[in-house]
Design a protein around this ligand. Structure first.
Ligand code: MGD
Ligand code: MGD
Ligand code: MO
Length: 768
């Protein structure tokens, strides 16, 4: 039993999936959701058995090959055994290795992009800590830009409407949806499992209530998605099971109907958009000889032409809101549905109206559809990065495999740096990246991989140096998100596991060895940092005349409430009212339905207006099934996959793969059978789960099952657990954004007849 001063006390804490009170009895965590949360996330259930699970990393370790032969390329990563070393020795060796790489190759040989969600606290935020450390200790690092969330939309939207964060985090709110919207057209849906999550956390999960109240008032939901449960039953949605990757054709069919029936808003297009005439020529087929009429769209997307024309009329007649899930743009040409939906909404002329227009990504996370805070939340300063190299985040394997190669990005021609050392804290590339067998090869090219982790993820297993981090429940922090009015005192409820240390403490010790401790810590310990970070928010509150409690008062109360911005529709409403006084941050200041700038880049895979560009990967005789690899309902990404609630979804320990009973019957697959999903890139096992909620020809397998390769079954090895990223394609969305294409791929499914291999993903590797 691990004793702690907080034993048995219920103390406030917060996670990306919500705020709560927790206590620790020496072996288990008890969690009580925050009283203000009308719909707490069941993902809270993953904390109970997490802190002392065997998957936790107990002490610092070094890969034997690295220790004995020194740094360098090797295909032993992920297979070698580890050697436990005392903290002092491992930190000495790591500091020396960082200094070697910096002296021999410069800071541009260090990739510290280190993408990942880590935990919700703003001080112990692993991303901020590692970036600050690398800036201070090495003068910088090769960084990554954009996210796996929104890799395509983050790049296209600023050209055509404005920044994703500025425009869409303050736009149509859930309050407006429940009061004003009459028709919601949801591409990819707004699944409650997804809106439960927000980076930094949300206290009140308002979405189920808002959807139910909108429907009770008479609002109608149309769900365009391969999965019926991408909207909750509360929505009572009409389900349009579209062929995956064909939404742009449907959108164009709707646009074509609007223009040919004179239902488009010519005044709005004239006064608030630029380039519509070019788009109209394309719609009418004057560019390529093919009118994009409803019948044309129907043949591509599998939705009847009559339904398309009827929906276009209904959209024009009602207060209509269009939403597009992030998932649609995590695909080849993912920029197009984001842009085509903007064009459709512009033609409807309701952008900026109460409850109408376009709310990109609404429902994809808890941040959207809320009122942002009127004062800044605490954030950890990261310092200055002196290295000019960067990559769009999902190009990591390309970068490691092709040093010196040129690539296109957003109108620029950039060079991949020659990376020798990769340093990760707070993310799991063997969760988030595509084509994991290729990623494995990429990691075999470098000299050294350093990972800070709480638990034995596949990324930690592939590292040369593994340093055990504390989990959020083991340290004090401040929980806050820019879209949640509550700031939480996150109190430590349990002592650190075994030899685990906070990332901040690890970087402080490394800084001391590298002669930069004072610059890294700024003379503060963790407790002093919490006060310091809180002070910025307190000052902003005081300046604006709000109650501004002292840090002690905040810590004692456990939370304080920040003022919110008004529900005023944000920049899009202001732009609608007066486009001259409140232009959008695009080159023209208007919504760009044709973009001169994008056209000027000359990319065939992202032309000057929204266009139907089919994926170059289509189902064929060998791989007739479409895979949807979407967000998991029972966890956040791969976090705490070993814990109780995530485990409750597994069958015979394997990740469930949902498929339509007709597709299962055609393959002799029964509910609960272990199946093998495979394509030319890789294969994984999964547990067949039959459901009429899945469109025919589709297999849905959530991301986040820990990669568990069976080495003697390859190459490439079989993942015996069910990580779909062994199947997905590692290509950019287009030369414009170079975003991730992880959402979908093609594969075949068959019953797995061989004896079921044991799962080893949660067992510590040899020597650890
Ligand atoms: N095929 C496919 N792939 C996808 C997606 C998809 O739709 N399909 N979605 C993508 C998306 S949207 C995203 S955002 C990514 C998510 O990818 P990631 O953000 O990399 O996934 P997480 O599992 O959240 O990884 C966070 C890691 O941080 C660790 N951690 C938690 N707290 C701490 C801490 O305090 N210190 C340290 N050092 N570590 C900590 C956790 O144990 C965990 O391993 O995945 C992407 N990958
Ligand atoms: N429980 C839980 N919630 C989460 C997360 C998590 O890991 N767990 N992750 C969070 C993060 S980091 C992010 S970025 C968001 C992600 O938000 P999204 O990316 O929007 O979420 P996904 O579940 O990947 O995709 C949403 C749906 O899009 C549908 N879809 C896929 N392809 C197509 C298509 O071609 N056409 C149409 N019409 N539909 C399609 C799929 O059926 C899928 O269920 O979720 C957040 N919420
Ligand atoms: Mo994400």
């Amino acid at each position: 039993m691990d004793k702690h001063p907080a034993d048995g006390l219920l103390l406030p804490h917060s996670a990306h999936w919500g705020a709560f009170r927790a206590s620790w009895d020496g072996s288990r965590v008890t969690v009580i959701p925050h009283p203000a949360d009308p719909a707490p996330s069941p993902i809270l259930g993953n904390f109970a058995d997490s802190l002392r699970h065997r998957a936790r990393i107990a002490c610092p370790v070094v890969r034997r090959g690295w220790l004995e032969q020194g740094p360098g390329p090797t295909d032993r990563r992920g297979e070698d055994e580890f050697v436990a070393l005392p903290w002092n020795e491992v930190l000495d060796r790591l500091a020396a290795e960082l200094q070697r790489v910096k002296a021999a190759h410069g800071a541009e040989a260090v990739f510290g992009g280190s993408y990942g969600w880590s935990s919700a606290g703003r001080f112990h935020h692993a991303q901020s800590q590692i970036h600050r450390f690398l800036n201070v200790a090495l003068g910088g690092y090769v960084r990554s830009v954009n996210s796996y969330n929104a890799g395509a939309s983050q790049v296209i939207l600023p050209h055509v409407m404005g920044s994703l964060e500025e425009l869409f985090r303050r736009n149509v709110t859930w309050e407006q949806v429940q009061r004003d919207t009459e028709l919601l057209l949801c591409f990819g849906g707004m699944p409650l499992r997804n809106s439960m999550i927000a980076s930094g956390g949300v206290t009140r999960h308002v979405e189920p209530g808002a959807i139910a109240r909108a429907r009770a008032r008479g609002a109608r939901f149309v769900l365009v998605s391969p999965l019926r449960d991408d909207l909750p039953p509360e929505a009572g949605a009409e389900w349009w099971p579209i062929a995956i990757g064909t939404d742009v054709a449907l959108m164009l069919g709707l646009c074509h109907t609007l223009v040919t029936e004179g239902l488009h808003d010519g005044v709005f297009l004239e006064t608030h958009t630029t380039g519509y005439p070019d788009f109209e020529r394309y719609l009418l087929g004057q560019e390529d000889g093919q009118p994009k009429h409803a019948g044309w769209a129907a043949a591509i997307c599998g939705i009847g032409a009559d339904r398309i024309t009827a929906l276009a009329r209904e959209l024009a007649a009602k207060r209509s809101l269009i939403t597009v899930a992030h998932g649609l743009q995590r695909a080849q040409h993912g920029e197009q549905p984001v842009w085509a939906a903007a064009a459709l909404a512009a033609m409807l002329g309701q952008i900026g109206l109460l409850g109408g227009g376009y709310s990109y990504a609404m429902g994809a996370m808890g941040h959207y559809g809320r009122r942002p805070n009127a004062v800044p939340i605490p954030t950890m300063p990261q310092g200055r990065n002196g290295v000019r190299f960067f990559i769009p985040v999902a190009r990591i394997a390309d970068m490691l495999l092709n040093p010196g190669a040129l690539f296109d990005y957003n109108g620029e021609r950039l060079t991949y740096p020659d990376i020798r050392l990769v340093y990760w804290a707070g993310g799991n590339p063997f969760h988030h990246h595509q084509d994991l067998n290729r990623l494995r090869q990429a990691f075999s090219r470098i000299d050294t991989l350093v990972v800070h982790e709480t638990s034995w993820t596949a990324t930690a297993r592939h590292a040369d140096i593994v340093l055990p981090s504390t989990m959020t429940l083991e340290r004090d922090d401040i929980g806050a998100a820019g879209t949640d009015p509550l700031i939480h005192a996150m109190r430590a409820i349990a002592p650190p596991f075994a030899e685990a240390r906070d990332d901040f403490a690890i970087f402080t010790a490394l800084s001391a060895r590298m002669g930069v401790e004072e610059a890294f810590t700024a003379g503060r310990n963790a407790a002093a940092w919490l006060r310091h970070l809180y002070e910025a928010t307190r000052e902003a509150l005081a300046t604006k005349g709000h109650e501004a409690p002292s840090f002690e008062a905040f810590w004692e109360r456990g939370e304080i409430t920040l003022p919110s911005t008004p529900d005023d529709g944000g920049p899009l409403r202001a732009f609608r009212r007066d486009p001259t006084a409140h232009p959008l941050p695009t080159p023209s200041g208007w919504i760009e339905i044709f973009s001169e700038r994008i056209a000027g880049f000359g990319y065939a895979d992202c032309p000057g207006h929204p266009a139907w560009l089919p994926s170059t990967e289509q189902p064929d005789a060998r791989h007739p099934l479409r895979i949807i690899a979407n967000q998991p309902a029972t966890r956040l990404h791969s976090q705490l996959d070993f814990a109780a609630y995530s485990q409750s979804s597994k069958r015979r320990g394997r990740e469930p793969a949902r498929m339509n009973p007709a597709d299962a019957a055609a393959r002799g697959i029964f509910d609960g059978d272990i199946i093998r999903l495979f394509n030319d890139r890789g294969s994984c096992l999964a547990a067949a789960t039959l459901s009429e909620d899945v469109a025919r020809g589709v297999v849905q397998i959530a991301t986040g099952a820990w990669y568990d390769p069976l080495p003697d079954n390859g190459p490439p090895p079989l993942c015996v657990h069910g990580n779909p990223n062994v199947l997905t394609r590692d290509i950019g969305t287009s030369r414009l954004a170079q975003g991730s294409c992880g959402q979908t791929t093609v594969a075949q499914a068959e019953r797995y007849e061989a004896p079921l291999p044991p799962l080893r993903a949660y067992d510590p590797p040899r020597g650890a």
